[in-house]
Ligand binder design. Sequence first.
Ligand code: HEC
Length: 111
Amino acid sequence: MSLSAFHRLLLALCWLPLAALADGSLSAEREQELETLLYQDCGSCHGMTLRGGLGPPLPRSRMNAFDRDGLAALILHGVPGTAMPSWAGLLSEQEARWLADHLQHDTPLDE
Ligand code: HEC
């Protein structure tokens, strides 16, 4: 017996990870994933402790020279002509804002 397309859709929706909560904030689970992404994926260029590598270091002091939305836009769109890629395919605007906020306030590096 095969499932109708509608039932497949319903099933697929049930399995969507709970990324955003009703009030527009991110789930604790998604925040944890974003933190892992920041230190592992972004860290592959910016260093696992964000001290720099192929990409520059990302200390809080420097990150606060950007406003949060500008920083989120930079993350989403990348820096054309450099190795800094666009993350728009992987991250929502809300998630990029969360990363920007995290970079400005919550990373260990501040120099
Ligand atoms: C493939 C390597 C690479 C990856 C992966 C990468 N970046 Fe970058 N990033 C760069 C490079 C190179 C620059 C410098 C661009 C330039 O010359 O202005 C940069 C610049 C930046 C800047 C601006 C820094 C400044 O002082 O002007 C921020 C913020 C930033 N990246 C955040 C991130 C975040 C957040 C992620 C993960 C979502 C990420 N990057 C992933 C290579 C990378």
